[in-house]
Design a protein around this ligand. Structure first.
Ligand code: CTP
Length: 398
């Protein structure tokens, strides 16, 4: 529930603005009060009358409104809330936020606020993928802005891809997580998840069967206990968890960069199935078939992110947890892996095809620490995640 909480909702000017009506309804149904702010462009998509009717409060939109400024200045307005939510966050608003521009009421409030800020981006897929948006997103994440979505799917403009605003229910879940007072409140945890893709040429890559399901479930479980989660994911099949900072990467080297940038952290969980090798010399053009000559790929070893972070002389997270995907002698191999890499715990599992674990919804794990070996019965990946999150909580709070 969100009783007693006030959300300053900034509605940006995109077609997804219509979803803010449902968002306001859901926030109020959960007990939150909503102070709505609209950009001029937002008013082209949804009327201030509808927004204020649902919010039960007047809409603020003008930076130079002297009457209102006398009643409540824009600085004060930026401070009334427990959380600022920008939905939809257009490419323009994200650009203003990332670069510190303040030329209308919405962007001025975002500069003036001392409250946590959450954005729900929404834009055309090309705009979302544009290097400028990528840059702005990185800056905003580094500034501590939390990001919900966007989702993939068909867009209002007729194109298909990533850029649809997260559904209002998902935004509300993220808002509730932001207010969660769980036992991991104030703890920052980095998680790697999914496979990595190692390019061979512009159209081909080496990958593995990891779906990202276990890492995603762990991120959600830690978020539900109040942790600030930085989720570094390769190109995984499953939807990204809501209410966490998501950093998308492709290769093992990108993943290493993102993890090192995300530190310091209280704990780090390495659930990703990182490719051990990459193609030594990636071809910049598509490798063509040649009669009688098969291509020969030479490999180079990828950085071992878990080993590097476990052995950091400075800034090592207090608790470092690795996974071990094994097909034979699970406990012996995983025990040796824990020592070799220098992590505190290893969550080992048998990924032989017959177990159906890789890509499936269940997992049967063995938790290996300096204290010994603990075999967990087969259970859903969500349950494994919950149990692991509880163990992490006990370890960090002991
Ligand atoms: N890992 C990593 N970086 C790598 C390889 C693995 O961070 N380049 C992490 C994984 O995320 C996992 C752990 O190390 O937490 C073990 O991964 P696994 O694939 O089981 O072990 P490997 O080191 O690859 O050993 P091997 O393939 O020989 O079993």
């Amino acid at each position: 529930m969100l009783s007693g909480k006030r959300v300053l909702l900034i509605v940006g000017g995109g077609i997804a603005a219509y979803k803010c009506l449902e968002l306001i309804r859901l926030l109020r149904a959960r007990g939150a009060a909503v102070t709505p702010v609209m950009t001029r462009a937002a008013e082209e998509f949804v009327t201030p009358l509808s927004v204020s009717a649902l919010a039960g409060e007047e809409v603020h939109s003008d930076l130079f409104d002297l009457t209102r400024e006398a009643q409540m200045g824009h600085i004060q307005l930026s401070r009334v809330a427990d959380l600022v939510v920008v939905a939809p966050a257009t490419a323009d608003l994200m650009g203003k936020m990332a670069n510190g521009l303040a030329n209308d009421l919405a962007s001025t409030l975002l500069m003036a606020t001392d409250t946590a800020v959450m954005i729900a981006p929404a834009m055309n897929v090309r705009m979302w993928e544009h290097p400028a948006t990528r840059r702005n997103l990185k800056v905003l994440q580094a500034d501590g802005v939390s990001v919900v979505g966007p989702d993939s799917g068909e867009m209002a403009c007729g194109e298909f891809g990533e850029g649809r605003m997260a559904e209002p229910a998902a935004i509300v879940a993220a808002v509730e997580a932001a207010f969660s007072d769980g036992p991991l409140k104030g703890r920052r945890i980095v998680i790697t998840s999914g496979p990595t893709h190692e390019p061979i040429d512009p159209v081909r890559y080496i990958a593995n069967r990891s779906s990202g399901a276990q890492g995603t479930a762990i991120a959600a479980a830690l978020r539900d206990l109040g942790a600030e989660v930085v989720f570094v994911t390769g190109p995984a099949d499953v939807a990204r968890p809501h209410g966490v900072s998501v950093i998308e990467v492709e290769t093992a080297r990108d993943m290493r960069e993102a993890v090192l940038q995300a530190l310091p952290a209280d704990a780090a969980v390495f659930a990703a199935a990182v490719a051990d090798w990459r193609v030594a010399s990636e071809s910049s053009s598509k490798i063509k078939k040649k009669a009688g000559a098969l291509p020969v790929l030479e490999f180079a070893e990828n950085p071992d992110i878990l080993a590097e972070v476990s052995q950091l002389a400075e800034g090592r997270p207090g608790l470092v947890i690795g996974f071990a995907a094994e097909t034979d002698d699970v406990i012996t191999n995983a025990t040796a892996k824990r020592i070799r890499k220098g992590c505190d715990w290893i969550v080992a599992n048998d990924v032989s095809p017959a177990t159906g674990i890789m890509g499936g919804s269940e997992n049967a794990v063995v938790l290996i620490s300096a204290d010994g070996v603990e075999e967990w019965t087969r259970m859903s990946k969500t349950e494994v995640a919950r149990r692991l999150a509880d163990r992490i909580t006990s370890a960090l709070n002991s």
